[in-house]
Design a protein around this ligand. Sequence first.
Ligand code: PLP
Length: 367
Amino acid sequence: MRPAHAESPCVHPVPGTDAGHVDSIPASAPPPVVDGVSAAVGNTPLVRLQHLFPDSGVEVLAKLESVNPGGSTKDRPALAMVRDALATGRLRPGGTVVESSSGNLGVALARVCTAHGLRFVCVVDARTNATTVRTIEALGGEVDLVSEPDPDTGDLLTARLQRVQRLLVEIPGAVNLHQYGNPANPGAHRDGTMREIAEALDHRLDLLAAATSTVGTLAGCAAYLRAHRMDTRLLAVDAEGSVLFGGTAAPRPLPGLGAGVVTDHSRTVEPDAVHRVSGRDCVVGARLLARREGILAGASTGGIVAALGRTVADLPEGSRVVFVVHDGGAPYLETVYDDAWVAATLEVDTAGLTAATAALQEAASRA
Ligand SMILES: Cc1ncc(COP(=O)(O)O)c(C=O)c1O
């Protein structure tokens, strides 16, 4: 695949010199100094993409949640849920948080709990990236690994939720923030993610695409759109094998996308469209985004890119689309970005990936 087009550097004249000063970073006001890393959560960049789907006739922008301090969308709900639990007294100073997470919420909570002097136990399953587990531990969290799926449903998420219940009984005063139903989860996206997008675009947006797991992101964005009477269409990107939005349960090879149980948040939102993506779609989309735009993203974002590739050419010309970059790609270097893993786990070889990439680019072209 060809690399993204070279960007032209900005040239600023330097006062007092004859020579022009070549600077690849345009001059702008520096961001303000903030107190504590939690204050650096949010206000993420919104980037207009120029090379992803160049013949689509559609303006495509990416909301880079991957540049949050914890590297994912989950920084926002983690902070909001801990603050809410402390404010209501549900969580005592010095107490313990027990949460089930496929990884990103675990990383975010590990940091937030450490910063608030809380103990954190994170229940993960075998699909969680090794790097993510080590990151949680490096930030002071404790990891409890569930290796066997629930025998009745065959689902790992169900088994994780059962482990959480056991730990809540075993650890005195332990609190579960229940990201699957906690209103502070979508609240963080309503008041943060979506508000930032809408305000940056003068509330003019035709389509918002987000991946779904707890459905906190999508539900929060939907709540903002309703409150502001915006007619933006919502595209939910869910995994094949997820039971959300009427899906049928099946094994899901990649973490962070889809759910094995219908979440409370999913009942509060009716997306205009639901696209179910395969593991191969996630790989193709993620690699295309990396090679075309220089944005290294995780699996679920790859799924969004694949879903959008099949959608953009059917939108009215000149439509404006925003999608969420839920996390960065570094933890996926040994899965999504590794040919041997893709061949062994998803049974797709390099020729298959090349063909699928060409088909996606073709689908995204209006010509
Ligand atoms: C990798 C990834 N994908 C998708 C999502 C969306 O998940 P949710 O529906 O729980 O907001 C998240 C949330 O942070 C995520 O980290």
